[in-house]
Write a protein that binds this ligand. Structure first.
Ligand SMILES: Cc1cc2nc3c(=O)[nH]c(=O)nc-3n(C[C@H](O)[C@H](O)[C@H](O)COP(=O)(O)O)c2cc1C
Length: 325
């Protein structure tokens, strides 16, 4: 299975919807960007629950909501509310590396504290109606932290465990630690999903070859750098297939009508234009996506940067249109 990674501010409803419209069934499902359980109540999560409201998610990549936090009561409350909305799985974020999150033992910040993980699971597991999956790093300060977490996870009926083999302190620097991943793989009793640095078809095949027992792969930044990536993987097109416009057109014309990545970028930007937010917010959103999505488009970096220097919404949109032709 190919799974779209949760990326706060990026793989939100808007993106998931545009992506499914342009590349139907390219991903099997997505994990939503996290809903926070701040202070054990639903104050913040309440607003963000909109991202996973079933009526808004129609025609979207199927989504599993993700929860961030360690407030056991709030966890149970939100998980059961999501179950009532129709979700039979929720995902627990034990990977977020942001310092202000981790400092409060949330995200990857909980990994140095196995007792807290056990306490939360002890409380939450018998009380939640949906199944629970987890997404985690190898640790916060050290990749050995996962060694004490694994036996705890093995004690509960966890639906699956996504491992991004970095530590929190690394953020996204360095490379995934495949040596440590190899070591922990046989120790985890649950289904494992690999996540980290799948940017090309070759990267995908490397992981599947090194770890044949891992059948499911989660892709994050790679799909923003190249929205064709999941289809390329599915259709078994090698990376160099995309070199040159002729091959790009061939994908579009001959291979299941897969849309050119430039057309996807425009489609997403048009959705942003239609959002009920201020012009400034639209400009900011377009530029955020452009920073990542433009990487895979032809043209020089200097030319692409023009979008970031443009100020008005019209100027930004027109430049994007011009550069995606
Ligand atoms: C901007 C950004 C936001 C992210 N937000 C989340 C999130 O809400 N929940 C989560 O579990 N991981 C989050 N991640 C981590 C990704 O899901 C993923 O684990 C990470 O990017 C590594 O995968 P990749 O190399 O395929 O991008 C985020 C990553 C980025 C870059």
């Amino acid at each position: 299975m190919l799974i779209l990674a949760p990326m706060q501010g990026l793989t939100e409803l808007l993106f998931r919807k545009a992506f499914e419209r342009c590349y139907p069934c390219a991903f099997d499902y997505a994990i939503s960007p996290f809903l926070s359980l701040t202070h054990g109540n639903l104050r913040n999560a309440g607003k963000k629950v909109e991202d996973v409201l079933p009526e808004l998610n129609e025609g979207c990549i199927p989504v599993v909501p993700q929860l961030l936090g360690h407030e056991a009561d709030g966890f149970v409350e939100l998980a059961n509310r999501l179950y009532e909305l129709g979700y039979n799985e929720v995902n627990w974020n034990m990977g977020c590396p942001m310092r202000r999150v981790a400092a409060k033992h949330r995200g990857s910040g909980i990994l140095p504290y196995p007792d807290e993980v056990m306490e939360i699971l002890d409380y939450v597991m018998p009380r939640i109606k949906p199944a629970l999956s987890v997404k985690m790093r190898l640790g916060y300060r050290s990749s050995d932290e996962i060694d004490a977490i694994i036996p705890i996870l093995n004690n509960y009926p966890i639906a699956n465990v996504t491992v991004h083999p970095r530590i929190g302190k690394q953020l996204y620097s360095g490379r995934p630690d495949l040596e440590k991943f190899t070591e922990i793989l046989p120790k985890i009793a649950h289904k494992i999903i690999y996540n980290g640095d799948i940017f090309t078809v070759n990267d995908y095949h490397k992981i599947r070859t090194f770890f044949p027992e891992v059948k499911d792969v989660m892709i994050g930044r790679g799909v923003l750098y190249n929205p064709l990536l999941p289809n390329q993987i599915r259709m078994e097109f090698p990376d160099d297939f995309l070199d040159g416009g002729v091959a790009r057109n061939a994908i579009r014309m001959n291979c299941g009508g897969v849309m050119k990545e430039g057309d996807f970028v425009v489609s997403l930007m048009e959705d942003i234009l239609r959002m009920e937010i201020s012009q400034d917010a639209k400009v900011r959103k377009m530029k955020e996506y452009w920073c990542l999505l433009s990487k895979g488009l032809p043209g020089t970096e200097e030319r692409k940067r023009k979008v970031l220097h443009a100020e008005s919404l019209e100027a930004v949109f027109d430049l994007i249109l011009e550069m995606t032709k």
